[in-house]
Design a binder for this molecule. Structure first.
Ligand SMILES: [Zn+2]
Ligand SMILES: [Zn+2]
Length: 107
């Protein structure tokens, strides 16, 4: 672990509270349903906005697995609106933004 991997006490994503279903987790990231959007969201385990390329590739792949299982076609939204200082990305249904009412492939 280099000094670039840190966590922040006041950050909701660092706290990683399990308030919604979690689909996946490992030492690099976790994938859970976004409380607001109701779509899968991949979150880096460390506080910051610039994960190394290897971590980015890993996280996009994990998000792809979860989002494809739920939506089929999806798009990656890595614009960080609510928590701009901790890297995370949403997998959103093709042609949509929120998961509310979207017909999932799996229950
Ligand atoms: Zn969201
Ligand atoms: Zn954080």
């Amino acid at each position: 672990m280099s000094s670039g991997f840190t966590r922040s006490d006041g950050c909701d994503l660092c706290r990683a509270a399990r308030i919604t279903p979690w689909y996946y987790e490992d030492e690099i990231c976790w994938v859970a349903e976004c409380e607001i959007c109701e779509v899968p969201m991949v979150v880096w385990r460390y506080h910051g906005t610039a994960p190394p390329d290897a971590h980015l590739a890993h996280m996009r792949e994990r998000l792809r697995e979860v989002a494809t299982a739920q939506f089929g076609e999806f798009w990656v939204d890595d614009h960080m609106r609510n928590i701009p200082d901790h890297w995370h990305a949403h997998g959103r249904p093709h042609g949509g933004f929120f998961g509310h009412g979207f017909k999932r492939k799996t229950p």
